[in-house]
Design a protein around this ligand. Structure first.
Ligand code: FAD
Length: 532
């Protein structure tokens, strides 16, 4: 294996997302997983708006939607009476995807696996990473396949996406830091007969502990309950125990049968201090573990992978300095820390009893009746509030400080854009072309040429114009109503450089090619003159 190549350890949702992102950006990537076949455990069952925005350009989202259920809101229900105390609707989440997608993790993984195969990746199953050492030029990895001998190989970079017990994390000497005395859930992947609508995730409050109902496809559902730790020899919960919990805590509205997976799950809240260890990058559960409350785990990991993928692609292909990878830690570690904090707080709220439960119930009443608060909570849960304004990669030139967006925000994706042939187009569709996307609002052909020379093969310049001229081609987008000007604050001229993960790297109120050159060389560390 060439030392420019990347080894992804773990073919879970995070490893597969990273591998797809790397492969479509031209990196030779290899994926190993110690399991002989993919997991059948449903585990993470909710995909949030920000993850969907990233999975769409990757070409995975429509297939995931076909295998999942669209859910419009979250409701807090009083378990004993069945009365809804508060409801959070996702309709106002500022995204193309103002809803939640409930899909069992094996289905998400199957779609990502299909996508990886289309990109030429063969997941090597039954192959386990057992040792790793690195030097300035590469990483020596030892891989064990079943009973066969271990073999040592050299790779350029390693993405440790090998889950909560991550051997990669252990091998680079990193440790999770946090709280390892978590609460316990009883979880069930079952068929459910109920008169409750299946467009809502319901959290049933109860003095003995919360119960949560996630509707999946057809009559399938994930239900889970906070319970006392079952004891070391308890084994998995039985269907009868799950039925008893559902009857007691969910007002008798759910009849459960035909279990696929029943388990106890003890939650911990912890994170590694550093995501980058030289040529080894940790992502997903390998870097942070927390409660499933808020369903943030897999989503945070998928977004780690999207953030890391394009940076590692530039570095692995020798196009950018390895220092670019430090921004992966700088941008994603605070996000992970916030998720650990928030899910810890949510879990405490969910398990509150006595006076604390009364405070929670009063707060729920407030959330249910203050729509702005509900919308803010929905946006936070959907992860669309994540931005990197303080990142060294976010460069803003001009523009009003309180303009609609700043560098570091997620790129707006307004309706109203057209291709030169008149058909509708979105920023998300433009991002399906691998690489950086430079939206240039200018009428000057020379300016566009200069921008193209600077960006070279690192991405695509799309000229945004108010009306299509006769010679307009694929790289022209028509914006008759000025939605780009309004949503990006680019008026009358300007540019926005959108990173492959959908965030704005450079925003400028002038379409100056020099700014692009400086951004690439000074900010991203792209080697000059590259292939222009
Ligand atoms: C029992 C359980 C229930 C959960 N429930 C929820 C939930 O309800 N909601 C939620 O949001 N999240 C839940 N999670 C968490 C969620 O599953 C994770 O956040 C998500 O899977 C993270 O994806 P990942 O790719 O980082 O890791 P994983 O999905 O764990 O994938 C890691 C992969 O690495 C492989 N691997 C490990 N070691 C090696 C090695 N040495 N060599 C090669 N391969 C290796 C593993 O076989 C595995 O396939 C649950 C997790 C568990 C374990």
């Amino acid at each position: 294996m060439d030392t420019k190549d990347v080894l992804v350890v773990g073919a879970g949702p995070v490893g597969l997302t990273a591998a797809c992102q790397l492969a479509r950006l031209g990196v030779t990537v290899r994926v190993v997983d110690k399991l002989d076949r993919p997991t059948t455990e449903s585990r993470a069952v909710t995909v949030h708006a920000r993850s969907m925005e990233m999975l769409a350009p990757l070409g995975a989202l429509p297939r995931m939607m076909a295998r999942g259920r669209r859910v419009d809101g979250l409701a807090m229900v009083d378990g004993p009476t069945g009365r809804t105390r508060a409801r959070i609707d996702f309709a106002e989440v500022p995204s193309r995807y103002p809803f939640l997608l409930d899909i069992a993790q094996p289905d998400s993984e199957a779609v990502l696996g299909e996508r990886a195969a289309e990109l030429g990746i063969v997941v090597e199953r039954g192959v386990e990473l057992t040792a790793l050492t690195q030097d300035d030029d590469g990483v020596e990895v030892t891989l064990r396949s079943g009973d066969r001998d271990e073999r040592t190989e050299r790779v350029g970079w390693v993405v440790g996406a090998d889950g909560g017990h991550s051997p990669t994390r252990h091998l680079v000497g990193a440790r999770l830091e946090g709280d390892f005395h978590g609460q316990t859930f009883a979880m069930a992947d079952v068929e459910v007969d109920t008169d409750l609508s299946r467009d809502t995730i319901r959290m049933f409050t109860h003095a003995d502990g919360m119960g949560i109902f996630f509707p999946l496809l057809d009559t399938r559902a994930r239900i889970m309950f906070f319970v006392d730790p079952p004891g070391p020899d308890a084994g998995d919960p039985t269907l009868e125990q799950i039925r008893t919990l559902a009857d007691a805590r969910m007002g008798g509205r759910l009849r459960v049968h035909d279990p696929r997976w029943l388990t106890y799950f003890e939650i911990h809240h912890a994170q590694v201090p550093r995501y980058r260890h030289g040529r080894v990058l940790l992502a997903g559960d390998a870097a942070h573990i927390h409660s499933p409350a808020g369903a943030q785990g897999m989503n945070t990991g998928i977004q780690d992978a999207a953030n890391l993928g394009w940076k590692l692609a530039l570095v692995a292909r020798g196009r950018a300095d390895a220092a670019l990878l430090d921004s992966y830690h700088d941008e994603r570690h605070p996000v992970g820390a916030d998720v650990v904090r928030t899910t810890t707080a949510l879990t405490s709220v969910g398990t509150a009893s006595g006076a604390a439960a009364s405070v929670r119930d009063a707060a729920l009443f407030l959330v249910g009746h203050a729509h702005r608060l509900g919308d803010a909570l929905a946006a936070k849960t959907a992860e669309v509030t994540i931005a990197y304004r303080h990142s060294a990669l976010s460069v803003q030139h001009g523009g009003h400080p309180r303009g609609p967006v700043r560098a570091g925000d997620h790129a707006p994706d307004p309706d109203g854009l057209r291709r030169a042939d008149g058909s509708a187009v979105t920023v998300e569709q433009l991002l399906a072309t691998p690489g950086l996307l430079l939206l240039a609002r200018t009428d000057e052909a020379d300016t566009v040429d200069a921008l193209r020379r600077e960006l070279g093969d690192l991405g695509r310049v799309v000229q945004v114009v108010p009306a299509a001229g006769p010679a307009a081609g694929d790289d022209v987008v028509v914006d008759p109503d000025g939605v780009v000007a309004a949503r990006y604050g680019l008026s009358p001229e300007g540019l926005a450089l959108v990173r492959p993960d959908g965030y704005l790297g450079l925003v400028a109120d002038t379409a100056d090619a020099d700014l692009v050159r400086r951004y690439l060389t000074d900010t991203l560390g792209v080697a000059e003159p590259a292939t222009r």
